[in-house]
Design a protein around this ligand. Structure first.
Ligand SMILES: Cc1ncc(COP(=O)(O)O)c(C=O)c1O
Length: 345
């Protein structure tokens, strides 16, 4: 048993593809410490610096005092505590949708909802650069899966025509991200919405890297483009710009009621800790406030500054062209500059 994965690990190491964990002895923030070293943190998704914000910490501490640390059960059994419902009400107001449902992570939100939306004979059309969670969820659904080249609307259209021709009457779900996690560019949302309509396809938008950063009060790309009502399934995570953890789906009341009844990662998993829901509520309230808007605008100021700085080095463009993945992997999570890096191309 001990040797079971030894050969495979050796092969990974030989190709320098092995991954490691590094211990961080401090809270998330611009500076972190790993044992014996102080480092500038250029690799976090904590875009707005909320992960260690006093407002969120105090909300979590107060909720621990009132509700304890564990939710005790799945939401459908006895785990729906007031902080979960308060958070969902705040998400509804912030995102301007009919309903919202929280999950213990963004990954769980995706993994639970896609298989609830489409099944064996349906069709999922996925952008090639979609996050691993979306790919895993699409496979789990057992729907027919077609991948279209990144942001390629012409190919997507031909997939939609194929679906209508070969699988008429079946549900078609288009899945994409608003800000792509690795390349940092955006989906052409308006064109996607126009394209899906005549095909009666559903559109699911993963706003993981857009909420908190884009749109009025950080409501994301759909809100920024005034297309909230046209995006059927708005997914997001509380674990990046919102500084806590958890994921959510926003959309119609019927969609959320369906997920409560059919999303396995919601039904069969213990509810998120109430203190985390309370901290996430504080984050949503912050984003919706004038102070939150100010922080978001400051972020964009820093994005512009970072872009200018790197371009002035005269290696910025070259670096981005030659080692886009590496640069992005290092910068995208850093100092909130992934979005700007993407704009360079
Ligand atoms: C685009 C995208 N979707 C979903 C997720 C998963 O979210 P979470 O980290 O909350 O599980 C991530 C996380 O990296 C992501 O980048």
């Amino acid at each position: 048993m001990q040797d079971l994965f030894a050969e495979q690990l050796k092969a990974l190491r030989a190709r320098s593809l092995d991954r490691h964990l590094s211990e961080i002895g401090t809270a998330q923030g611009p500076e972190i410490e790993i044992p014996g070293r102080k480092l500038l943190n250029l690799s976090s998704n904590d875009y707005l610096g909320l992960a260690n914000d006093s407002r969120l910490r105090e909300a979590a501490i107060a909720a621990v005092g009132e509700f304890g640390v564990g939710a005790g059960a799945s939401r459908l059994i006895s785990g729906t505590q007031s902080p979960h419902l308060r958070l969902e009400r705040a998400l509804v107001e912030w995102k301007g949708t009919e309903a919202a449902l929280c999950f213990s992570s963004g990954y769980a939100a995706v993994l639970g909802s896609i298989p609830a939306l489409v099944t064996k004979n349906d069709v999922v059309l996925l952008d090639k650069l979609c996050h691993a969670s979306l790919i895993a969820a699409a496979k789990l659904s057992r729907a027919r899966l077609r991948v279209f080249p990144h942001n390629n609307l012409r190919k997507l259209e031909s997939h939609l025509e194929w679906a209508r021709r070969e699988h008429s009457g079946k549900r078609v779900l288009i899945v994409t991200e608003s800000v792509f996690s690795m390349d940092g560019d955006r989906a052409p949302l308006r064109e996607l919405v126009q394209l899906k309509k005549p095909f009666d396809a559903l559109l699911m938008l993963d706003e993981a890297h857009a909420v908190g950063v884009i749109g009025p009060h950080g409501r994301g790309l759909a809100a920024a483009e005034n297309l909230s009502d046209d995006v059927d399934v708005q997914m997001g995570t509380l674990s990046k710009a919102l500084g806590t953890s958890g994921g959510y789906i926003c959309g119609s009341r019927n969609l959320v009621d369906w997920l409560i009844n059919r999303a396995p990662s919601f039904i069969y998993s213990t509810a998120p800790p109430p203190a985390i829901a309370a901290a996430a509520l504080a984050a949503v309230n912050f984003l919706a406030s004038p102070e939150g808007e100010e922080r978001r605008l400051l972020l964009w100021k820093k994005i512009r500054l970072m872009r200018k700085l790197l371009l002035s080095l005269d290696v910025g463009r070259w670096m981005f062209k030659c080692c886009r993945q590496t640069l992005n992997a290092q910068l995208k999570r850093s100092w909130q500059c992934d979005l700007s890096v993407a704009r360079w191309r």
